[in-house]
Design a protein around this ligand. Structure first.
Ligand SMILES: [Zn+2]
Ligand SMILES: [Zn+2]
Length: 280
């Protein structure tokens, strides 16, 4: 027989009492589980497994499912930023249970669900709520992790406004980090095409190559700390120079907080390598 814990966990940690009844769990069992603290009554008729994620419980408490950046994180997807308060998907006509809580409601189409919004929905909400870059980086992160099937990808594309559908066509499944996704998107917007994840002789695998001569490395927060990795990077740069290639290296803070500088550096370097090519 299915235990209460199993049924709740199977439904993402939260469920309505009416659904639990369908699994043969009656009111008496629920009440005693709430009393002994093995489950949590989130609100009238809605229950959560003990240890359910706090944001998921908040969203449920307030009438819907957790979505946007905090939901991306729970899905294991790279997120450009973290929402200050939970964003709650209410379905098209969900009933709001907020009380001075500061969370943000989304009345996007669909049937109200409880708990954590499905990834496909979250991506659509992120596009509406956080814009193209946040959506694109999350989409590529999902594709890389094989979390978005071909049919889901097609559905996501259809659900975007027409002007934004190219983002789905432009997305790849081999971006190393969300930061890389954002750099590729921004370069594309200013007309710079890059080759991704190329292997170059003694240098090794490079994030981006432009015009075959300019190497671009985007170091995520988690990589390239520590002396041994730094040594490896320096060695790669030395080999690139031997082969007549120029390397530019940017980290999270530069890409996110100082993009105009990054863009100018890339354009200047491109100018130099192009002049060299013309001179040959
Ligand atoms: Zn709220
Ligand atoms: Zn949102």
């Amino acid at each position: 027989m299915l235990t209460l814990d199993h049924v709740l966990t199977h439904h993402g940690g939260v469920a309505r009492g009416t659904l639990l009844h369908q699994f043969g769990i009656d009111r008496r069992v629920l009440e005693s589980a709430v009393r002994d603290g093995s489950i949590l009554r989130v609100r009238q008729g809605v229950f959560a497994v003990r240890g359910a994620d706090a944001d998921v419980v908040t969203a449920t408490e307030h009438g819907g499912a957790l979505t946007c950046s905090r939901a991306l994180r729970l899905h294991g997807i790279w997120s450009l930023e973290t929402d200050l308060a939970p964003h709650v998907w209410m379905g098209a006509h969900g009933r709001v249970h907020h009380r001075d809580c500061g969370c943000v409601s989304h009345f996007a189409t669909g049937r109200t669900v409880l708990g954590l919004a499905p990834l496909e929905e979250v991506l659509i909400h992120v596009h509406q709520c956080r814009g193209e870059e946040a959506f694109f980086a999350a989409l590529e992160s999902g594709l890389r992790q094989r979390r978005i099937s071909a049919s889901a990808r097609a559905r996501i594309r259809r659900r975007l406004p027409t002007y934004a559908r190219w983002l789905v066509d432009f997305a790849r499944n081999d971006a190393d980090s969300g930061l890389e996704s954002i750099v590729r998107l921004r370069l594309h917007r200013i007309g710079i095409l890059v080759a991704c994840q190329k292997s170059i002789g003694d240098v090794g695998r490079v994030d981006f190559v432009i015009d075959g001569l300019l190497l671009l490395e985007v170091d995520g927060v988690e990589n390239h700390d520590g002396p041994s990795l730094r040594h490896k990077d320096l060695r790669r740069d030395a080999w690139a120079s031997v082969q007549g290639l120029e390397t530019l290296r940017f980290d999270y803070a530069l890409v996110i907080h100082e993009w105009p500088l990054v863009e100018s550096a890339i354009l200047a370097a491109l100018g130099r390598v192009r002049v060299r090519v013309e001179a040959v």
